[in-house]
Ligand binder design. Sequence first.
Ligand SMILES: [Zn+2]
Length: 145
Amino acid sequence: MALSPPVRRFKSRPVTFIFELPTDKLTEFWNGLEKGKVYASKCKKCGRLTFPPAADCSQCLNQGIDWVDIQGEGEIETFTHIVIRPTSFMNHPTYTVAVAKMNAGVKVLAWLTGAKLGDVKVGAKVKLAAVQSEDGPSYGFTLIG
Ligand SMILES: [Zn+2]
């Protein structure tokens, strides 16, 4: 029985990928962020609300959507504090990401800023709002109260 030679492995240098994502059907979402709105898509046929927005309804496959600003209050369903950051976020301080069920009826995953670690809890109330970050328009949570 012949033995296989040992496999040698070499690590590559770090590689940076930059993608240009087509947003043609969802341009209104990005325009909304610049105008201070956080839009979900709402299917014109069945009414399903989707966030992040989708040009096509995953429930009925309809292609017509309306835009609904979902800013406002929500409740944290889960969260995590990110200490070991991915390479592309190494320049950011540690940060918190939360999933909240919005009063508008959809769940949103976003960064939660301005909160002490001990104050972030499942069930805590958050406010979702459009924000202008150094990386461009975005959205995020802040704790209420
Ligand atoms: Zn639909």
